[in-house]
Write a protein that binds this ligand. Structure first.
Ligand code: TYC
Length: 118
C-alpha cells in the first residue's frame, strides 16, 4: 500500500519567462494597453472671398450646427482667422475635410478646411 501524502505537491519556484526545474516554462502575460483613438478638430480658415452665407451653410449641412451656432462660428472665423467646426475620429475628420473642400470648389469658393490633432 503506497503512502498517501497529507499535502498536495508544491510546484517548483519559478521565475517568469524562465525554464523551470521540471522542464516546464513559466511565461508572464504582457499587460495590453489600448489607447483611446486620437481625436481631430476640423477647422475652417478665413478668406476674403467666400460668402458668409456659404460658410454658414457648410456649418449647418456638414457639421449639423443650427443656424445660430453656425452664424456664431462663421463670425468667429471671420474675426479670428480660424474656428473649430467639430471634433471627430481621424477617418470622419478626413472625410469632412474632403467633402467641404469639394463643395467649396464646386461653388467656386477658395474656402480652406483643415484637420488638426485635438
Ligand atoms: N471673410 C469672409 C467674408 O467676409 C467670410 C468667411 C468666413 C470666409 C469664414 C471664410 O471660413 C470663412 N465674405
Amino acid at each position: 500500500m503506497p503512502d498517501i501524502p497529507s499535502q498536495p505537491p508544491v510546484p517548483p519556484a519559478s521565475t517568469p519567462g524562465r525554464d523551470n526545474a521540471d522542464g516546464t516554462t513559466t511565461i508572464e502575460r504582457a499587460t495590453q494597453k489600448t489607447e483611446p483613438p486620437r481625436l481631430y478638430q476640423v477647422l475652417l480658415l478665413n478668406d476674403d472671398f467666400t460668402p458668409m452665407e456659404f460658410v454658414v451653410m457648410v456649418l449647418q449641412e456638414y457639421f449639423r450646427h443650427d443656424l445660430d451656432t453656425a452664424t456664431q462660428i462663421m463670425l468667429k472665423i471671420h474675426h479670428d482667422g480660424r474656428g473649430v467646426c467639430g471634433v471627430f475620429s481621424k477617418d470622419v475628420a478626413a472625410t469632412k475635410v474632403e467633402l467641404v473642400l469639394a463643395a467649396a470648389r464646386r461653388a467656386g469658393h477658395p474656402l480652406q478646411c483643415i484637420m488638426e490633432a485635438a
